[in-house]
Each structure stands twice: as C-alpha cells, then as structure tokens.
Write a protein that binds this ligand. Structure first.
Ligand SMILES: [Zn+2]
Length: 64
C-alpha cells in the first residue's frame, strides 16, 4: 500500500493557501473559500481586488 504524503495542518486538514498570493492559512488572518472549496482568497487580496474594481469604476484604468 502506497501512503500519500499530505500537507496537513495541526487539525489534520489539508493546508489551505490563498489562490492569489499563495500565503497559507497560518500566514493570514482568514481565508475565504469559494463554492467548491478549491479556491481561497485572503483579506489582503480582497483589498487589492476591491482597489482594482474601484479604480476601474472611476475610469482610472481601462476596462478589460
Ligand atoms: Zn492572498
């Protein structure tokens, strides 16, 4: 039987990373999970995204 080496947290759950900046759950205050629990985002990346959306609304950057 082949034992798979998993990256486990202290609670025995898989270590989660922010899908945007790559910081893990111990580096950030919280991680927001997507619907499928496959994608996560940390507060710093939420702030960054909000700034980008705000700048776009103000016309400071071009819409994609
Ligand atoms: Zn992040």
């Amino acid at each position: 039987m082949k034992i798979k080496q998993a990256n486990l947290s202290e609670q025995g759950e898989p270590l989660r990373h922010c899908s945007f900046c790559g910081l893990d759950q111990f580096d950030v205050s919280l991680l927001v999970a997507g619907d499928d629990n496959q994608a996560f985002i940390c507060p710093a990346c939420v702030e960054l995204a909000r700034d980008i959306i705000g700048a776009r609304r103000l016309g400071l950057i071009d819409a994609a």
